[in-house]
Design a protein around this ligand. Structure first.
Ligand code: BG6
Ligand code: MG
Length: 221
């Protein structure tokens, strides 16, 4: 039975994955470090500092901890400026209809994100009233692929992991969901072909009934 759905935020409910990409691109270009969308896929779902380490893999020189801190802050400043463009109505196509259908079916809704900007984005989109729990980068010690964010979300929903489905656009997120013992819907090109209970191009292509009927982990042939 599916009693809770835990949505990733960036790239699932809102197109902030593109803002993350543009911000890192600006930082990398200024440092003379090669960065492209393929590398950016590896940043999906992981924390800001781990993202920075991945960006710096292509750098010919070493950065001190203080320099890394400065780069991470610069990236976040650029990112926050992009977030200011967001408003109600900027949830990705299909996101709000699916959440409404799920709520109508009595399913509890959470967000499980590695981002420390999660609450600001929820505020900009004005979707807080649709959520029963929010767990973000400020609440956890280990970011995806560690299952902590999803296990905490399930606990806050008052549900066992086996009753929850995760919706994710990141490889790290798929692994986190699996390790949490949850079923997972994979969204978008970065996770096409990876192990998941269901794959869809975007949320507009996810049917509420189909999601609710996903077989429990132990029930699959
Ligand atoms: C995740 C994104 O949701 O949040 C990652 O997919 C990002 O790309 C991470 O690095 C941390 O985000 P923030 O907003 O705390 O820098
Ligand atoms: Mg994501």
């Amino acid at each position: 039975m599916v009693r809770g759905v835990i949505f990733d935020l960036d790239g699932v409910l809102v197109t902030t994955d593109e803002f993350h990409y543009l911000s890192w691109k600006q930082v990398a270009d200024a440092e003379g470090i090669y960065f492209d969308r393929e590398i950016n896929h590896r940043l999906r779902g992981v924390s800001r500092m781990i993202s920075l380490e991945i960006v710096l893999e292509r750098s010919p020189r070493q950065y001190t901890d203080a320099e890394k801190q400065t780069l991470a802050e610069r990236k976040n400043e650029i990112y926050r400026n992009l977030l200011n463009r967001l408003g109600p109505g900027d949830a990705l196509p299909g996101a709000l209809p699916l959440i409404h259908d799920l709520r109508h079916a009595g399913v509890r809704i959470a967000i499980g994100s590695s981002s420390k900007n999660t609450r600001y984005i929820i505020e900009r989109l004005q979707i807080g009233h649709l959520l029963d729990a929010v767990v973000d980068g400020n609440d956890i010690r280990h970011s995806k692929p560690d299952p902590e964010v999803f296990l905490t979300a399930a606990a806050r929903l008052g549900l066992p992991p086996a009753d929850c489905v995760v919706v994710e656009d990141a490889e790290a997120g798929l692994e986190a969901a699996r390790r949490a013992g949850m079923r997972v819907v994979a969204l978008g090109p970065a996770v096409r072909g990876l192990a998941a209970d269901l794959w869809a191009e975007n949320l507009a292509a996810v049917d509420c009934r189909r999601l609710l009927e996903l077989p429990a982990r132990g029930d699959r042939a």
